[in-house]
Design a protein around this ligand. Structure first.
Ligand SMILES: [Mg+2]
Length: 444
């Protein structure tokens, strides 16, 4: 038996706003950040669990404070029972009656609980000597459904239905795992499309994306229609025919405006999807937009706060591309519920990634989905952005437009110790040497 000896937290920020990487219509100058947590034990095996919440700068300290608030729930606890029953561990944290008041099951505390659960998954996978996707994909259907909290889902998905989905996928697991190891998982790239890039950089990055093997790129839109149309033409000319172009409004529009704007964009040529056209909470608004812009697909989910909201989106046909996120909901357990909902409704899952560490984390969920849940990659792509991977112990590998299946033990969530020292906010060398970007007093 071993015991959790400490929960170390950190506020890590990367000054991405200096180059306008990540700039879009709602987030003009993000500093990609992680509220970071390390779970340490006295096992003496050298393994630590690492997890994080992705944010875009200011407020990262608030998430860190939420992580600190979870310390008494874990410090001193025996590790093995926690890891042996990850469904029970999830429920104990998510349903803590006093913490629950802060959500329920949404927002800062929910995301912080997700990071701690991810750290435990990372530790469990490291102890098992397996990459997280493979650890999960080797669990039995019964073990997998035990991870899921079906509370509030049973009008759309029961435990028995989830078991049936997983059992149906079981016979093909070995063949799909072999295929995944051989060919990887399809990706698309948002690297060219940030709103702050000039025309020359947009065209160059679009050409490079095609040369690198990506079959789809994504452009940020929503600030100015004439500009969007112009940038769309530049991108189309650069990528040529046969490459998908998706657009992402990052919640910029009201419902009627979204319909009008997307119709104008779609008149330029087919769009792979329109992403986050309006408030991420507006289920019926998305359903109205989906009807108004058909056949252009509506994509959303990176700000989807919990499994209940995804259930409603699916019930109301408010999305046809589901974009789950590794750190927005409460970790693997809740994302497994979302994958099962998507499988039940026959909706494709194309996860949100980019930021810092989201590619590293979310690939495990798509790979689990392919091997053991939906059993397909048809119409599915994981977002890829070529930023900040060098800060991870096991960085994502993308080649030929596909994610290579990670083989290193763990959840992919561990940031290098040197990076954690350098980018610590506000006292790390990166922030001490170049003050003025980010920070509490910086631009509104
Ligand atoms: Mg997006």
């Amino acid at each position: 038996m071993s015991v959790i000896t400490g929960l170390e937290t950190a506020d890590l920020r990367f000054p991405t706003s200096r180059e306008l990487d990540g700039s879009d219509a709602m987030n003009p100058e993000p500093d990609y950040s992680t509220a970071y947590v390390v779970v340490r034990t006295d096992a003496g095996d050298g393994h630590e669990g690492h997890g994080f919440v992705f944010t875009i700068g200011r407020g990262n300290d608030v998430v860190r404070a939420a992580l600190d608030a979870l310390r008494p729930h874990l410090a001193g606890q025996q590790v093995e029972p926690l890891l042996a029953d990850m469904g029970g561990t999830w429920r104990a944290l998510v349903h803590d009656s006093q913490l629950r008041w802060l959500g329920p099951e949404k927002g800062v505390m929910h995301m912080a609980i997700g990071a701690v659960i991810t750290a435990l998954w990372d530790l469990k996978a490291k102890r098992a000597g397996q990459p997280l996707w493979r650890l999960l994909a080797s669990m039995t259907p019964e073990e997998l459904v035990d991870l899921v909290d079906f509370r509030y889902l049973t009008d759309a998905l029961t435990r028995e239905e989830a078991l049936a989905i997983l059992r149906e996928a079981e016979p093909g697991r070995a063949a799909r795992e072999a295929e995944l190891l051989r060919s990887g998982y399809p990706a698309y790239t948002t690297t060219p499309g940030w709103l702050g890039y000039d025309d020359e950089k947009l065209a160059r990055l679009c050409r490079e994306a095609v040369a690198e093997g990506f079959g789809q790129v994504k452009l940020k839109v929503g600030a100015d229609l004439a500009e969007d149309l112009r940038r769309l033409r530049i991108a189309r000319e650069a990528v040529g025919p046969g490459i998908g172009i998706a657009v992402d409004a990052n919640q910029r529009w009201d419902v009627a405006e979204a319909i009008e704007w997307v119709r104008a964009l779609a008149a330029e040529g087919e769009l792979a999807w329109v992403e986050e056209p309006t408030s991420p909470d507006d289920v019926l608004g998305h359903a109205a937009i989906a009807e108004g812009i058909a056949p252009t697909p509506v994509a959303t989910g990176e700000h989807g706060q919990n499994r209940v909201l995804f259930k409603q989106f699916l019930q109301a046909r408010g999305l046809s591309v589901l974009q789950l996120d590794a750190t927005r909901v409460a970790s693997v357990n809740e994302n497994l519920a979302i994958l099962l909902l998507a499988a039940k409704f026959g909706v494709r899952v194309c996860p949100h990634a980019g930021g810092v560490g989201l590619c590293e984390a979310v690939q495990h969920l798509s790979m689990l989905d392919y091997v053991a849940v939906s059993g397909t990659t048809e119409g599915r792509v994981i977002e890829y952005v070529d930023h900040l991977h060098e800060h991870f112990v096991t960085p994502t590998e993308v080649a030929g437009g596909r994610y290579r299946a990670p083989l290193a033990p763990g959840a992919g969530t561990e940031i290098l110790a040197g990076t954690r020292a350098d980018y610590s906010f506000p006292d790390g060398p990166v922030w001490r040497e170049q003050p003025g970007s980010g920070g509490a007093g910086a631009s509104a």
